[in-house]
Design a protein around this ligand. Structure first.
Ligand SMILES: CC(C)(COP(=O)(O)OP(=O)(O)OC[C@H]1O[C@@H](n2cnc3c(N)ncnc32)[C@H](O)[C@@H]1OP(=O)(O)O)[C@@H](O)C(=O)NCCC(=O)NCCS
Length: 231
C-alpha cells in the first residue's frame, strides 16, 4: 500500500510545562541521538509497572526517526520529553502506533495525549486506508484511544502478521498469549477502522487537524460518495 506525503505535519504542536516550552513534532534523522534514552526509559517503565513490552532496540527506534514514522516531544533546550512510532503490518492493511512513552518528569500534563493525536494523524496521512490498532494494559492509553475513535475488539480482528506477534516474545506474558492460542492475553486490543467511521458518520471525524491537506479531504469526500452510491 502506497505511503502518502506528510509534509503538512512539519510544524510542531506546543505545550507549556512549568514555563518550559515542549515541542511535539514529527521525528527525523537529527533525533537519532535520543534513541538510547528512549529505549532505556521504555524498559525502565515496563519494569516499574511489572508489565510486558515488545522490546525495541535503539537502532530500530532510530530507523523510525529517519523514515519519518515517529513523533517526538522535546523541550526547547533539547531535553527529551516523549515519543511514539508507527509500524505497518500485513502489507499496510494494519498500522500500530507503538511504544508511547513520556519521560516521568513530564507525565500527567497532557504530553502523551498530544503525541498520540499527532502520531494518529500522521498514520492517517501516511496510511489512509489502514486499520489502526493497539494492544495495551494501561488505562491512560485506553482513554486516549477511545477519544480518537478506537473501540475494543477481540484479537481475531487484529493483523495475523507473524512478525507483529513475534514482537510479543519479549513480553513477560508471552506464555499466556501462546497458551491461549494467540486469541487472548492480558492486553486489551483496540481498533480504529477508517471505513466503519465513514459509514457511521457519513464523514470521517479523525481527519488530520494540523494544516490539513485539501487533497486528503477530497479523497475522503469521494470515498463517502462512492460508498453512498454503492449502497
Ligand atoms: C502512559 C503514559 C504514556 C501517559 O503519559 P502522560 O503524558 O502522563 O498522559 P496524559 O497526561 O496525556 O494523560 C492522558 C490521560 O490518561 C490519564 N492518565 C495518565 N497517566 C495515567 C495513569 N498512570 N493511570 C491512569 N490514568 C492515567 C490522564 O489522567 C489523562 O486522562 P484524562 O484525559 O481523562 O484527563 C506515561 O505514563 C508513560 O510513559 N508510562 C510508561 C509507558 C507506558 O505505559 N506506555 C503505554 C504503553 S501501551
Amino acid at each position: 500500500m502506497a505511503e502518502k506525503d506528510n509534509s503538512s505535519l512539519k510544524s510542531p504542536a506546543i505545550l507549556l510545562f512549568e514555563q518550559r516550552k515542549i515541542l511535539i513534532r514529527e521525528a527525523n534523522a537529527g533525533d537519532v541521538d535520543y534513541a538510547t534514552t528512549i529505549t532505556d526509559e521504555m524498559e525502565a517503565s515496563a519494569k516499574a509497572r511489572g508489565t510486558g513490552i515488545a522490546k525495541r532496540s535503539p537502532d530500530y527506534v532510530a530507523q523510525k526517526m529517519r523514515e519519518g514514522k515517529a513523533v517526538i516531544a522535546t523541550c526547547e533546550d533539547g531535553a527529551w520529553v516523549g515519543f511514539c512510532y508507527i509500524e505497518a503490518w500485513g502489507h499496510g492493511k494494519f498500522v500500530a502506533n507503538s511504544g508511547l512513552i513520556v519521560s516521568p518528569a513530564f507525565r500527567k500534563s497532557g504530553v502523551a495525549t498530544q503525541i498520540k493525536r499527532r502520531v494518529f494523524n500522521l498514520s492517517r496521512i501516511k496510511f489512509p486506508d489502514s486499520k489502526i490498532f493497539g494492544l495495551t494494559t494501561g488505562l491512560a492509553v485506553m482513554k486516549m484511544n477511545s477519544e480518537l475513535g478506537y473501540t475494543p475488539v477481540t484479537y481475531s480482528e487484529l493483523t495475523d502478521d507473524e512478525e507483529f506477534w513475534s514482537g510479543c516474545r519479549s513480553c513477560v506474558n508471552y506464555e499466556i498469549l501462546m497458551s491461549k492460542d494467540r486469541k487472548n492475553c492480558l492486553c486489551t486490543a483496540m481498533l480504529y477502522d477508517p471505513l466503519k467511521e465513514t459509514k457511521q458518520t457519513g464523514l470521517t471525524l479523525n481527519k488530520p487537524t494540523q494544516a490539513e491537506p485539501s487533497k486528503w479531504v477530497f479523497e475522503r469526500l469521494f470515498q463517502n460518495l462512492r460508498e453512498r452510491i454503492s449502497r
